[in-house]
Design a protein around this ligand. Sequence first.
Ligand code: NAD
Length: 485
Amino acid sequence: MKTKIAVAKGDGIGPEIMQAVLKIFEANNVPLDYEYVEMGKSYFDAGHSTGMTATAKATIEELGTLFKGPMETPKGKGVKSINVTARKVWNTYANQRDFRTLNGVETVFSKAGIPINLTIIRENIEDTYGGIEHLLTYDVAVGRRIITRPGSAQVIRYAFEMARRKGYTKLACGHKANIMKLTDGLFLETFQEIAKEYPDIQSSDIIVDDLCMKLVTQPQNFQAIVLTNLQGDIVSDLCAGLVGGLGFAPSANIGDNISIFEAVHGTAPDIMGKGIANPTALLLSGILMLRYMGLTENAATIENALLYTLERGIHTGDFGNKSTPAATTMGFADAIIANLGQVPADGGVVSKGNLELKATHEHLLKNKLTVTRGIKEEMVGVDVFVEANDLQPAELAELAKKRLTDNFDLVMISNRGTQVWPTGSIYTELVNEYRVRFEKKAGKTVTQKELLHIAADFSEDAKVCSVEFLMKFGDKIGYTLAQGQ
Ligand code: NAD
């Protein structure tokens, strides 16, 4: 029985490489049916603000699997990337990218005989990709970095499950919790909690800058790494570079109900319509999709044919031995088709049907909401962010003190995260946005209304740009100290 999936051909080289990949699927009798959906640049141009028609959205939500070519986001029209929107709207929380040495694709590591076979799992929804940014003053922009416990748990659990399925023995968590103690700290804490459920997988954590250095010096030591969104974005492109570039890096965006499989390269407008684009990355993403749908036999046969074809030196113009003629997109696909049934010299990949995770798809009637309940919380103060154009820290402190009631102390003032009052250095350069911290006195109880009043009263002396409450959750302090506090 055939399963139906949604296919969006994409823009630029998208239709060419999609046609090549689907031709290979057809030649291997992959039991899939395709419903083509309307997504991409022309739909932005036609006035669909999300870059897709309502029918496309309904079809993808109905079928649960989207195989897509690269898409162009119109520049300067204030619209958000359709690729990022699709991942976020449908909660494809885990971005999986597999990187391995491919014979026929020469890299510094292949030349040195160092084999690479690693997987990056990147959180795909949260972090700075919420795109929640504000100009607080003309000179100062801030962005919100959102890291949540349920979001981190989803992707980390997926990473452990994936590691198990692939037969990996270890999983590392990349992070920067030494600096971003609450955001990356929450991600790391969640990783350490979930790791206890997987004693068969050796878990470790590594600071992301050290990780980058070790990936380029000893990539063979890594099997799987899970990271937050932005760090994962950067590290996964670094890994693509290790195995020959974005043209060889598949990408799967996995959610509980909807999953998206796509190549990570763009629409390559410079070679569009010439029939010379390399379909390998889209094919590798398609192979990930076949595995995810339980079609592991087809996945193994096609992957082995691809590896065998690369091993024989057949290549498109963007890689490989320049002294042998380059195949066209379709020529490359036909070579793979001719090699279906062949296995590369190293024995290739084997179908591990029973170990693969099968896609699930549930028709939801309302949005899923996850909350950790039963935690005692206490409000202990407020950070008021104000614009002060001509005031020195001590002058601002005098204005702030006017707003104190018996319940509060003025604790500190910082500028760009560095404390400038009550102590600081005259060499700390200032911008026109300060954080002024009010904390409740010991033994007092304060309400949110009182804290908002402080900010409201303060606005009579200085422009209030934003307000953040200081919270305690159980014995955990929910805010950071300023540098130098
Ligand atoms: P790009 O990846 O399209 O191109 C960069 C270079 O790589 C170009 O020289 C191109 O010819 C080459 N290249 C890319 N894919 C290739 C392939 N399969 N075979 C051979 N050569 C290939 O990056 P860009 O130029 O920065 O972006 C072009 C457009 O793609 C932009 O509109 C961007 O928004 C979009 N984009 C989409 C996605 C996506 O859909 N997931 C990802 C990245 C960029």
